[in-house]
Write a protein that binds this ligand. Structure first.
Ligand code: RUQ
Ligand code: CUA
Length: 660
């Protein structure tokens, strides 16, 4: 029994002891304060808590000042932001600004560096003010999370972002001009050589126009491999490549590992190639897309494709693309049928098996990578799809199927050979044994679970212990906040401790930000984040000392023509200079350094009515650029309660009107 189990059983013994009727000899001091155990019993009674509730509380309660063992990085859905949550306490620690402005972090609100990052993600130059973030992917080394970076996708405006976990800052956004929607991203290869982004809704590649009548001929999907250069901390578009796919709806993807390293996989739906058009006499898209019993899993040899891309690709919208025919001829792409309207595709920790959940099926289907390879080697194909892609025989490619229940979607793994599959329709998690293909038990979730994530469960070394169910509906779980309800993250204990070896639901965390999809859970001690920016003057985006760093005592205002350079510092509790005078129409450049090196000594810097709020963490340098186009008197002040004289950390920005 470990310490936690002992604690749980002690507390329960305490609780149970006070339920017993008092023996006649027990002294009863009427009116005196109840004893510790009586207190607990009363508390349980008053708050209507069961033993299971108390166990759950003991398993999650984290006293003030204690840290969490794991960190959950969850997509923030429509908010375009990334959530960081402690596990098991389920305390929200941060929203990382990624695809949308975030005022507290000063992201995209006057700060030039982050505005430029956001601009990288504009679609064809059009500002985008939301993002549909789905699947975060932590960087990996040899198939294990290394805690250095995290990548996220935006389904709506196909983009991938790079977030540095030294300071949890988004440093880069790459926009795919090749495709019009993604879904199978972000997923990394085992050493983060590539970040995978796969299209979902087919369209003519490169943003071209073609009518839906030409769907079969002109519409296409693609799997993009964005090259990540770890030393440069950047995705290098010129070294990236894509493979052209038929116009099916490609869905979730995963990268092979260990046995299957060098390969990538994605599901597809709508191999019927339905295009909707209910007013034009066609069946609705969703029924047209659900006619076939099988769709095709796409099996991609990315390591070979990276070589082929060097000589046999053509450039479309700035991306090297391997044409579909070349991919077929070179043996880069194979299909295998998969049942029915599949969604999740998850590679087992040993890289041997691929688990597919068919939304309209009751099974998880387990494909064997070795069997797939043997079929490819023997050129044993049962047919070709309309585009000539060889199709492997289903029955010979699978190791088996396991009947789980209604609406299997996604699968996560623990370190003991178990898999956990979300059952969307049944609204449960099914635990099953991967080797034996046997259902172990099910636990209910509230409600309609989508993704689920286990601690380091999609690496080569899963930790088990905790699972988080990411539920789509919340119905009756929380206080009413109007017709738009939060999502519900449910923490589940996988250890079986103090619960007869069974899974136990521990905690509900409502998420009122957007619809999160996937998440990853990493051991917290793998993240080696900075406490401060050092040396003073560091730029958060470039991670280099800014050439405009301002030293204490060297603050000044310089004017060249109508350009005004303000060299400013912040330190408790003043900005220097604290008065800035410019003329209407001047271009203003504020070079602002926070001289603090004390942990958490963050200042904010706002210029009222100019839509400017920068966040200046200790040591950080920020560039602010704008045109003083409105004359008047504008307070500038610190927006973080940084000291006793925080309210006095202010000044004036004076814009003198043009002479009429
Ligand atoms: S997808 S659950 Cu991107 Cu499953 Cu949402
Ligand atoms: Cu600085 Cu408040």
């Amino acid at each position: 029994m470990n310490l936690r189990a002992i604690l749980v059983s002690c507390a329960l013994a305490l609780v149970l002891a006070c339920d017993k009727p008092q023996s006649p000899g027990t002294p009863q001091s009427s009116g005196a304060a109840p004893t510790g155990s009586a207190n607990l019993a009363k508390l349980m009674k008053d708050r209507n808590l069961s033993e299971a509730d108390v166990t759950a509380a003991l398993k999650t309660y984290t006293p003030s000042g204690r840290r969490d063992e794991y960190l959950l990085f969850a997509s923030g859905g429509h908010s375009g932001q990334l959530l960081v949550i402690g596990v098991p306490s389920m305390r929200i620690l941060k929203y990382v600004a990624v695809f949308t402005p975030e005022p507290w972090q000063g992201y995209g609100v006057g700060d030039k560096g982050s505005q430029e990052v956001l601009k990288e993600g504009y679609r064809h130059g059009k500002p985008i003010t939301w993002g549909d973030m789905h699947h975060p992917a932590l960087s990996e080394t040899k198939g294990e999370y290394d805690g250095e970076f995290i990548f996220v996708n935006d389904k709506a405006n196909p983009r991938i972002a790079v977030i540095n976990l030294k300071d949890f800052v988004t440093e880069q956004i790459v926009e795919s001009k090749l495709i019009e929607a993604d879904h199978g991203g972000a997923f990394v290869t085992p050493n983060t050589e590539y970040v995978i982004e796969t299209s979902q809704y087919a369209a003519p590649l490169g943003g071209a126009y073609a009518d839906l009548k030409e769907y079969n001929e002109k519409y296409r999907g693609a799997m993009t491999f964005w090259r990540f250069d770890r030393a440069k901390r950047r995705i290098i578009p010129e070294e990236s490549f894509a493979i052209e796919f038929p116009p099916y709806m490609q869905d979730l993807a995963d990268s092979g590992k260990l046995t299957s390293d060098g390969w990538a996989f994605c599901n597809s739906i709508n191999t019927e190639r339905a295009t909707g058009g209910v007013l034009e006499g066609n069946p609705p898209l969703e029924s047209g897309a659900s006619q076939n019993d099988m769709d095709y899993m796409h099996i991609v040899n990315w390591r070979k494709a990276a070589e082929v891309a060097k000589t046999k690709s053509k450039v479309i919208a700035g991306m090297r693309v391997i044409p579909l025919q070349v991919a077929i001829d070179e043996g880069l792409l194979y299909f295998v049928p998969e049942p029915k309207s599949p969604h999740g595709l998850d590679v087992t920790p040993d890289g041997e098996d691929l688990v597919v959940g068919g939304k309209l099926d009751t099974h998880a289907t387990v494909f064997s990578f070795k069997k797939i390879q043997a079929l490819i080697a023997a050129k044993k194909f049962e047919a070709k799809d309309p585009y000539g892609v060889p199709i492997l025989p289903f029955a010979e490619a699978i190791r088996g199927q396991v009947e789980l229940g209604l609406g299997p979607l996604h699968t996560a793994f623990d370190g003991d050979g178990n898999a956990y599959t979300s059952l969307f329709i049944e609204t449960k998690v099914a635990k099953w044994n991967v080797k034996e293909l046997k259902l172990v038990e099910k636990i209910s979730t509230q409600y309609n679970i989508g993704h689920l994530v286990a601690a380091e469960g999609d690496t080569v070394a899963p930790k088990g212990k905790y699972l988080v169910a990411m539920n789509k509906w919340a119905l009756d779980r929380f206080n009413s906040v109007g017709p738009l309800l939060p999502q519900n993250f449910q923490l589940i204990d996988l250890t079986g401790e103090a619960n007869g070896g069974k899974m136990q639901l521990l905690y509900d965390l409502p998420i009122g930000l957007g619809e999160p999809h996937n998440a990853q859970i990493i051991k917290a001690d793998k993240i080696k984040a900075w406490d401060i920016y050092k040396p003073v003057g560091l730029d958060a985006i470039t991670k280099e000392k800014s050439p405009f760093t301002v030293e204490g005592g060297k603050e000044r205002v310089e004017r060249k023509g109508n350009v005004v350079d303000v060299y400013m510092t912040a330190i408790r509790s003043h900005f220097t200079p604290d008065v800035v005078r410019v003329k209407e129409g001047d271009k203003v450049r504020i070079h602002l350094t926070n001289l603090e090196q004390a942990h958490d000594a963050t200042h904010g810097f706002a210029v009222n009515s100019y839509n400017i709020n920068a966040s200046l963490e200790p040591g950080k340098h920020t560039e602010i650029e704008f045109t003083a186009d409105r004359p008047g008197v504008f307070p500038m002040y610190c927006t973080e309660f940084c000291s006793a004289l925080h309210l006095e950390m202010a000044g004036y920005f004076l814009v003198e009107p043009k002479k009429k």
